[in-house]
Design a protein around this ligand. Structure first.
Ligand code: NAP
Length: 353
């Protein structure tokens, strides 16, 4: 007997990767339900090598009997469906930005703060962080343990898959169109993305930062340490899958390149590829479909007393979304739902902060 699992947003970039990851990792599910909007009802989505699932409509779906929901339908949709699912007894692991910063919802990266998963009992919801935040905190956790991070300055190079499957189509269309002189018409992204880069992801905020940049700061503090200062510049680049980040870190205590490399080599979820030769670093085109967070170009920053620079690359749909969510579901199932269905959660009273 396994769990009953529903995947909400099953036709999207993240939802399809969640189905693939559940099948590959043999998640103990007896029944997997694919849910999306009314536009997709009856469509088929792959589940593993051999199975297909028929998409059902989220709006009319009855969640009674569902143990775990893995969701990525956009924040506005999650705000409406998640309370309905938790009321019916399911635990929702949500990939959208809807609940991430709510004080009674844990925000979890299993390599960094797996203990926070237990807090799901307050609302029945666990939030999956933003893709750019996940890969950064996986790489920085072992360094923080070693020398205590004071400040992070990060610039991202984010692939178009992070903006959904329609943005991937836009990059493909524009790239082809440029060779035949078709007019460029940005639809999903704000400017031409083919042969260009765009320093604008999500909406602008009052202080001039974008919401993506704000998310990297507040999410990192919630997951890793509330005392870390973070400033980010987030940029969309013409890459289909895989986000890269140039990260500058200032530490409170001394740290050498060698000690950092040793810590990163043994760290969960991290693969170091760092040779000062032509192929001695990792690029986004090499990581599509990979689980690990790759760290390259570790080097001292001589402009501050204790500083390092690093280059961090990961598949944003995989570790940046689906894999992280499935890892959370695995821990939830094994450690909190008794490894079997029927061991359903009890909602505990919400503690005011
Ligand atoms: N892509 C990433 O790297 C990444 C990483 C972390 C988090 N996220 C977050 O995950 C969410 C989805 O991202 P994505 O890249 O998968 O987007 P996507 O490819 O555009 O897919 C969106 C999914 O949501 C469904 N959906 C949209 N409106 C719906 C509605 N009213 N009711 C039910 N289902 C609805 C769509 O179903 P239809 O096909 O029926 O429209 C589709 O399955 C976003 O909130 C995003 O910020 C994405």
């Amino acid at each position: 007997m396994g769990f009953k699992v529903a995947v909400v947003g099953a036709t999207g970039n993240v939802g399809r990767e969640i189905l693939k990851t559940l099948a590959e990792r043999r998640f103990p599910a007896d029944d997997v339900i694919a849910l999306a909007s009314s536009r997709s009802v009856g469509r088929e989505v792959s589940f593993g090598e051999d199975d297909v699932l028929k998409v059902e409509e989220l709006d009319t779906y009855d969640f009674r009997g569902v143990d775990i929901v893995l969701s990525s339908p956009g924040a506005k949709v999650s705000a409406v469906f998640a309370p309905r699912a938790t009321k019916a007894g399911a635990v929702v692991i949500d990939n959208t930005s809807c609940f991430r910063m709510e004080h009674d919802v844990p925000l979890v990266v299993p390599e960094v703060n797996p203990e926070a998963i237990g807090q799901y009992k307050r609302r029945g919801i666990i939030a999956n962080p933003n893709c750019s935040t996940i890969q950064m905190v996986v790489a920085l956790k072992p360094l923080h343990d070693l020398a205590r991070i004071k400040r992070i300055v990060v610039s991202t190079y984010q692939s178009v898959s992070g903006a959904g499957h329609a943005a991937m189509d836009e990059l493909f269309r524009q790239t082809r169109g440029i060779y035949v002189n078709d007019p460029i018409k940005p639809e999903q992204l704000t400017k031409q993305i083919a042969f260009n880069v765009i320093p604008h992801i999500d909406n602008f905020m009052d202080d001039g930062a974008t919401k993506e940049e704000w998310k990297m700061a507040v999410e990192t503090r919630k997951i890793l340490d509330p005392d870390i200062a973070v400033t980010a510049t987030c940029v969309r680049v013409p890459v289909f899958i895989g986000h890269a980040e140039a990260i500058n870190v200032e530490f409170a205590r001394p740290i050498t390149e060698d000690r950092a490399r040793t810590a990163l080599r043994g760290a969960p979820g991290v693969i170091m590829v760092d040779h000062r030769t032509d192929e001695g670093y990792v690029t986004p085109a090499e990581v599509a479909g990979e689980d690990a967070v790759y760290v390259s170009r570790v080097r001292r920053d001589p402009s501050v007393p204790h500083g390092l620079n690093l280059w961090v690359v990961a598949d944003n749909l995989r570790k940046g979304a689906a894999l992280n969510a499935v890892q959370i579901a695995e821990i939830l199932a094994a450690e909190h739902l008794g490894g079997k269905p029927g061991a359903r959660r009890r909602l505990e009273p919400v503690q005011a902060k």
